[in-house]
Design a protein around this ligand. Structure first.
Ligand code: ZN
Ligand code: ZN
Length: 274
């Protein structure tokens, strides 16, 4: 009985804080981007808008509602990670990471690359006709996504998305600061992918040095077609597996005002010309 009481007390001591942090990072990232898009010069957002259809208030309400459910699932996962660390299942280092900065940066890069791989393959699996309805249908109700769609998942998808962190921690010890930066980067890239307006500078998708990093239209095309561009941060897996949208780079050029008219650049249902 005492043991159960202790467990409940521990849950009540930690879970609300974890929940508040998860909610805050969604609200801050999605909210800040929504405000930036609202305050940006109308000409800029109109020129860079990726679809002719505008998301409705009902779309935003649905996206926020499902995201709140995801936040609860992520927070439960976070509490599980806290318990796992306490019982020695995971190693999360504290103190200044400066002691081994090279290792911290290497772990961060490994974590981001591993997450991109995990995301690509779980995402592709969730598009299998037998799995789509149960796992992934809610996320694709946002045909024209907004930053609020970042966490708009069915609960089974939220559980799959949450699963990366404990699986990675089972194998690799991670510093707390690295964990924080990884999660901040994840939510930032996530809301940017759902912005509905191209946020990256002109030339990015053709840059020799930067093109491997996905721009906003990459994931927007995924929502518009539900068929291409399954990756998250990088283009690697889509290119290796032949699932990159054939019009991806041209769509980016059109959104950023670089007119490179091509025959396949006519899919008006996907990308509005500026
Ligand atoms: Zn999405
Ligand atoms: Zn999808």
């Amino acid at each position: 009985m005492d043991c159960l009481t202790d467990r409940i007390a521990d849950f009540l001591a930690f879970f609300p804080t974890i929940l508040a942090i998860d909610a805050a990072r969604y609200a801050i990232a999605a909210g800040a981007l929504a405000v930036v898009l609202r305050l940006a010069p109308a000409g800029w957002t109109t020129a860079r808008r990726l679809q002719s259809r505008l998301a409705s208030r009902a779309d935003r309400t649905r996206e926020i509602g499902y995201s709140l459910l995801t936040i609860v699932i992520f927070a439960l996962n976070g509490y599980g990670v806290h318990l796992g660390a306490r019982h020695g299942l995971f190693t999360i280092m504290s103190g200044p990471p400066a002691a081994d900065l090279v290792q911290a940066v290497a772990t961060l890069v490994l974590m981001i690359v591993a997450h991109d791989t995990y995301f690509y393959w779980t995402h592709r699996a969730m598009h299998h006709p037998r799995l789509f309805r149960f796992f992934h249908r809610t996320h694709h109700r946002s045909h024209t996504p907004t930053p609020w769609a970042a966490y708009a998942f069915d609960w089974p998808e939220a559980a799959v998305q949450a699963g990366f962190l404990p699986l990675f921690l089972l194998v690799v010890p991670v510093h707390g600061v690295v964990l924080f930066v990884f999660i901040a980067h994840m939510i930032l890239r996530n809301v940017m992918g759902h912005a509905g307006v191209e946020l990256f500078p002109r030339g990015w998708a053709r840059s020799r040095w930067l093109a491997w990093i996905t721009v906003t239209v990459h994931h927007d095309l995924h929502h518009a077609t539900a068929r291409w561009n399954y990756g998250l941060y990088f283009r690697w897996w889509d290119r290796i597996m032949g699932t990159e949208h054939p019009d991806y780079v041209q769509a980016f050029d059109r959104a950023t005002g670089e007119r490179r008219e091509t025959s396949e650049a006519r899919d008006a249902t996907l990308v509005e010309k500026a």
